[in-house]
Write a protein that binds this ligand. Structure first.
Ligand code: G3I
Length: 305
């Protein structure tokens, strides 16, 4: 096939992008999205502060616009994200434990019900582990007030709310074998052994010169797959340009294709113009929506031309 999405589909995978609702009026943005991608992740519109900025009042407008665009185009939607320490409205941090537990479960249930049957995979919990060598949980209202058990509670609540959605744990700096990915691995292994509902693990894959594509990326994806979960590359972007960037992108795609349970790849944006790395050029299309060498490397790795 001649597109990313078409070539990925021929390999039984989706190829997605993070999308911002406020760019859906820009013709070249939409044309590139519709032509090349088969899945979308709302970049910010499904985060807690966007959906429930005051307790019990839900605002779905911007997220709904992305979902309906995707549906009109036959694209899948990844839900991002239900429980995360960041982009959390201030009121959540003021609650005592019992109230916080209720608010977490209500948030998950209301959001997943609103999108029931419309979301392929949900990032139920995002970035719950610290960086560094300890493998410890990250400080957050959920961790600090509810303890380790909040993660499995979130997954159980999510399963009840939309039994058809794949439920993912998503994190960064877990792309290679290291102390942080070991901690996530041990959690997933424990969940599978005890029947806590988890279907997939997302590897964000934000790479740069300090954090290049790990040499053991494929091996790490495979060890998670061997636990009985799907793996997804959920927020891919790679700083740099030219052939070095292209080679790294090709390596990521080949690692995913080598793991049968690696079901899809999402880049964290469509164009360098709107990347969260405001000064960087980490994506597949440049500021003018021209295809970069990295684009061609990905297409080739997917078997397209
Ligand atoms: O919407 C407000 C706008 O009203 C305001 O005028 C403007 C002024 O700063 O801010 C806007 O909000 C910004 C939001 O993006 C939407 O553009 C926030 O300041 C900004 O912090 C926020 O950044 C997002 C970031 O997550 C926040 O943590 C990035 O767009 C988004 O790409 C990034 O995505 C995260 C994933 O969710 C999780 N993994 C890491 C990844 C990259 O950081």
């Amino acid at each position: 096939a001649s597109t990313l999405g078409g070539s990925a589909a021929a390999q039984g995978r989706y190829f997605g992008a993070a999308v911002a609702a406020n760019h859906l009026g820009e013709t070249p943005y939409v044309n590139t999205l519709n032509t090349e991608f088969t899945s979308v992740t709302p970049e910010n519109e499904m985060k807690w502060d966007a959906l429930e900025s005051s307790r019990g009042t839900f605002t779905f407008g911007a997220a709904d616009r992305i979902v309906s665009h995707a549906q009109q185009q036959g694209m899948q939607v990844r839900g991002h994200t239900l429980v995360w320490h960041s982009q959390l409205p201030g009121w959540v941090g003021t609650l005592g434990a019992a109230d916080l537990r209720a608010a977490m479960n209500t948030h998950i249930t209301e959001v997943m019900r609103h999108y029931k049957g419309e979301i392929h995979s949900w990032d139920v919990v995002n970035e719950a582990f610290q960086d560094g060598g300890s493998g410890e949980r990250r400080s957050s209202p959920f961790q600090n007030k509810l303890g380790d058990g909040y993660i499995e509670e979130a997954f159980r609540t999510a399963r009840a709310a939309d039994p058809a959605a794949k439920l993912c744990y998503n994190d960064y700096n877990t792309d290679g074998v290291n102390a942080k990915s070991n901690a996530v691995y041990n959690m997933v292994k424990d969940f599978k052994q005890r029947g806590v509902p988890i279907d997939c693990v997302g590897f964000q894959s934000h790479f740069n010169s300090n954090s290049p594509v790990p040499g053991d990326y494929r091996q790490n994806l495979q060890r998670f797959a061997d636990l009985g979960v799907d793996v997804q590359i959920t927020e891919l972007d790679i700083e740099g340009s030219g052939s070095a960037q292209a080679t790294s992108y090709g390596n990521v795609v080949r690692a995913c294709l080598a793991v049968s349970r690696c079901t899809g790849i999402t880049t964290w944006g469509v164009t360098d113009k709107y990347s969260w790395r405001s000064s960087g050029t980490p994506l597949l299309f440049d500021d003018n929506y021209n295809k970069k060498p990295a684009y061609h490397a990905v297409l080739t790795a997917l078997g397209g031309s």
